[in-house]
Design a binder for this molecule. Structure first.
Ligand SMILES: [Zn+2]
Length: 854
């Protein structure tokens, strides 16, 4: 049965009870698990008589109140709750219930990933394990004992510190381990793992001299692939001490990698559970991007220990309190450890690809949503990535020193509490003396704001007139002007920087004057992407900024905008703008960091182009982009080939900035060259596939071959498959490459690949690689015969029955419905209506499709 009740932020009420201690015992068996849950409770609201616990599909074995077994008349069980009637002021309640993790395909609560028992409880998975006040503002001290057959499950883990090992538990052959977590925490941070796991260990000494044991667990045989994750963990621990003054607070820190996981990773106190894609890596099987991703996600989950675990969210509407802040922290960490310029551009690219699209769709929501049907649908780019931009703006407004003072105050004042985004902004304001009241609109409004820039120069005065354009909310309501920092600079015609400053923008319209200028200056605006807005500026000298801008972000922005303008004029039917071609040639000669140069040479993505079209027709967009790419490949063939050879070091497996930068530039060049499908390029790709020793090089070579006329394509893919078919993480890449292909007949191949023995519809990573990537293959997903829509819609309906969270993720592909051309819209609508009329559709998918249709 479907529960589609909408939950509102305005309806928040404090919990009526506190759970001061909870003692859990898990008896794990092959067919089922017995959970014994003993809670010490205290009434907080004298007017409440009954203890109403969250419980999903409860199978109750017994119920005791202060050691007395309760008769059925003393409690009520519904599909969603266990209500114990007439409880005293303080009491102990003991619940025994039975669950079936082996049948749990939703991957929420306690489930099995292969032979490993593991948990995922955020946001509301715990209530399917045992009845509880499953809300983040109920924080308690947990003691957990896990009991299982020793031979099958030698490793038994939970949160906190290990307190006891029981060699034999009741029967012979079973053993148990007890864990105690002294830090009060909400139930969503509870975790349990049992399995026959391999591990690597290390240690870290905190600034105060406490020794912490570090362990990373994985499937047996994968231990050697955990070393990069371990290195990243230690880097993160040190960085958080130095940058934020935050130390780790338990004797042990465990990470477990599992294959079946809906998200990237989960920050459970002292026991992080990870999607194995963010732990396992070695030079043979992982790309440079995978290594960077691991460093970032390991750090992200570690940073949550303070921003999320010690200080948590009062309710789920506050999710960005922990996620926006922690994403900002992991972005800063990656910027400090790698290239800050590249990191910033990559972060903005990701924001625009996903979050800007979300903000322009019917599922747009503020970083603090006002309501939800399924909270799982709000783990979004808006809450995370835009949330991080909001923290970054406060960091810019306060400056590094005041920001640190403010975070110190936040940690000191709210440690051990469940708080709100207002509490965070209060700390920022209190420590810095800056009034941030007007800044709070960022938390409550949706849609990406625009800024119109009008420039004028007369009598030595440069006038900058800025007008905000604020999109309406999804329900049509008018929204207010934003307050933000806007970094800008002025340049003289000879390329010298005249001034650089940060303007404070707060009104719908304002004017800034710059006096005593000898000549009309050139403007560089929204440097570092200081605000997550769309700048609309006319008469921009892109070529000048590509040559002289001293800010690495706006220089990149100029090259992107120039390319966008050029492609858009091709869409209009104009000829290629040779001024852009010339500027592009200038970048080829530029002497800058190789990984930065690779970004400067990248043409705008199809998604970026799509967002700027009033009515979308993908055939036209692809056509125009390919036309420009071909022209560049032909014009600069010799230069590109030279650049390729200069940077191609096939035998280097190093992971330092120099080696990774060279790989990224060389592979960018190869992709540009591939636009002109010549035998020279095909041979380069073939040779790169055959001789390179990194996965980065192999994947790019395969991609180029797949999209070329080369016959070697088949040989290379067969070779790749034979080598890696046993390794799920590599097979993800294999499926992605084939799903993203531009060659004819992709859909037929995707359909066939579902039968491949390496594919498993129950493993989210594989579904995302095959079906998810296909749904972003605009060329074939939006095919004019409707076949792409029909296929994805059928998959959503089928997968919804296994794993609703995964299905609603796929449904996101339909978000651009409103902006499609009429022909596609008709086809899309048919499939959307088919999905929504499906019997027993989950609330997850219902919420997404319903918003798109209405
Ligand atoms: Zn997080």
């Amino acid at each position: 049965m479907n529960k589609r009740k909408e939950i509102f932020l305005k309806d928040y009420t404090k919990p009526a009870f506190a759970i001061e201690r909870v003692d859990l015992v898990f008896d794990l068996y092959e067919e089922y698990v017995i959970v014994t849950n003993t809670m010490e409770c205290k009434k907080l609201d004298a007017k409440t008589d009954d203890l109403n616990l969250h419980a999903r599909d409860l199978e109750l074995e017994s119920l005791h109140l202060n050691d007395l077994q309760l008769q059925e008349s003393r409690y009520v069980v519904t599909e969603e709750s266990l209500c114990v009637l007439n409880v005293p002021e303080t009491f102990r309640i003991k619940i025994v219930n039975k669950i079936y993790p082996q049948n749990n395909t939703e991957l929420e609560g306690l489930y099995k990933s292969g032979d490993i028992f593991c948990t995922q409880n955020e946001p509301e998975g715990f209530r399917s394990i045992t009845p509880y006040l499953d809300r983040p503002d109920v924080m308690s001290v947990f003691t957990t004992t896990v009991i299982a057959e020793k031979e099958k499950y030698p490793v038994l883990l939970s949160n906190g510190n290990k307190t006891q090992c029981h060699e034999f538990f009741n029967d012979k052959g079973r053993h148990g381990v007890s864990w105690h977590d002294p830090h009060p925490k909400p139930s969503y941070l509870f975790a349990l793992v049992a399995g026959n796991l391999g591990s690597i260990s290390d240690e870290f000494t905190t600034a105060s001299g406490n020794l912490v044991a570090l362990n990373i667990y994985c499937d047996l045989g994968n231990e050697s692939k955990c070393t990069h994750a371990m290195k990243s963990l230690k880097e993160a621990m040190l960085w958080d001490e130095e940058k934020y003054g935050r130390e780790y607070d338990l004797d042990i820190y465990n990470i477990v990698a599992v294959d079946s996981f809906n998200m990237g990773a989960m920050e459970n106190k002292g026991l992080n559970i990870f999607n194995s894609a963010y732990v396992l890596a070695d030079e043979d099987t992982a790309t440079d991007a995978n290594f960077m991703g691991i460093q970032s996600v390991i750090a992200h989950e570690y940073f949550h220990n303070w921003t999320g675990n010690r200080i948590t969210c009062r309710d789920w509407f506050q999710l960005t309190l922990k996620e926006g802040l922690t994403v900002f922290r992991d972005q800063s960490f990656s910027a400090d450890l790698n290239s800050a310029a590249v990191q910033r551009i990559e972060d903005v690219k990701a924001l625009r690809e996903r979050q800007f699209v979300e903000h322009a769709s019917p599922t747009a929501h503020p970083i603090q949503p006002k309501s939800y049907i399924s909270m799982n649908n709000f783990y979004t780019a808006t809450v995370y990535e835009k949330g991080a931009e909001v923290i970054r703006m406060m960091h810019t407004l306060l400056g590094e020193q005041n920001y640190r003072k403010a975070t110190d105050l936040y940690f000191e004042h709210f440690d051990g509490q469940a708080v709100t985004t207002d509490d965070f902004v209060w700390a920022m304001s209190e420590a810095s003396g800056i009034d941030l009241e007007p800044f709070k609109v960022w938390y409550h409004q949706s849609g990406t704001p625009k800024l119109h820039v009008h420039k004028n120069f007369a009598k030595g005065v440069f006038t900058l007139e800025l007008t905000q354009e604020i999109p309406n909310a999804v329900n049509g309501a008018k929204q207010r002007a934003y307050f933000y920092p806007l970094k800008m600079a002025l340049f003289a015609k000879d390329g010298k920087e005249i001034l650089a400053k940060t303007l404070s923008i707060s009104k719908m319209q304002e004017t800034f004057l710059f006096e005593n200028l000898a000549e009309e200056p050139i403007l560089s605006i929204n440097r570092d992407f200081s605000a997550p807005i769309i700048v609309q500026e006319e008469h921009v000298d892109f070529a000048f900024l590509m040559q002289y801008d001293t800010n690495s972000f706006t220089r990149y922005e100029a090259s992107q905008n120039f390319a966008l303008q050029t492609i858009e004029s091709l869409i209009q039917g104009d000829a290629i703008n040779e001024a852009f071609v010339k500027a592009y040639g200038y970048i080829l000669d530029l002497d800058v960091d190789t990984s930065y140069k690779a970004l400067l040479l990248e043409l705008p993505s199809i998604s970026t182009l799509m967002q700027r079209q009033k009515v979308i027709d993908f055939d036209v967009i692809y056509g125009a982009k390919e036309q420009l790419a071909q022209h560049l490949a032909v014009t600069y063939e010799a230069k590109l080939l030279a650049l390729y050879r200069e940077n191609h070091e096939p035998q280097s497996q190093h992971l330092d900035a120099d080696a990774m930068g060279k790989r990224s530039l060389k592979n960018r060049v190869l992709r540009i060259l591939a636009a002109k499908d010549s035998s020279v390029v095909q041979e380069l790709a073939q040779k790169q596939y055959d001789t390179s020793v990194t996965m980065t090089d192999r994947v790019v070579a395969l991609d180029v071959l797949e999209n070329s006329a080369s016959d070697y394509r088949k040989v290379a893919f067969e070779d790749f498959y034979a080598k890696y078919k046993e390794q799920t993480l590599v097979m993800n890449k294999y499926f992605s490459l084939l799903s993203a292909s531009h060659r004819e007949g992709v859909l037929q191949r995707v359909i066939q690949l579902q039968e491949d023995s390496a594919y498993d519809e129950k493993v989210p990573n594989l579904v995302r690689s095959l079906i998810g990537v296909f749904a972003r293959n605009y060329k074939y997903f939006h095919a004019k015969d409707g076949s792409g829509y029909k296929f994805v819609a059928e998959k959503i309906i089928a997968i919804d029955k296994i794993n609703p969270q995964m299905a609603s993720g796929l449904a996101g592909a339909f978000k651009i419905y409103d902006k499609m051309n009429e022909e596609n819209k008709v086809l899309l609508k048919k499939e959307l209506e088919c999905i929504i009329s499906t019997q027993s559709l989950s609330k997850n998918v219902f919420e997404i499709i319903d918003k798109i249709l209405n």
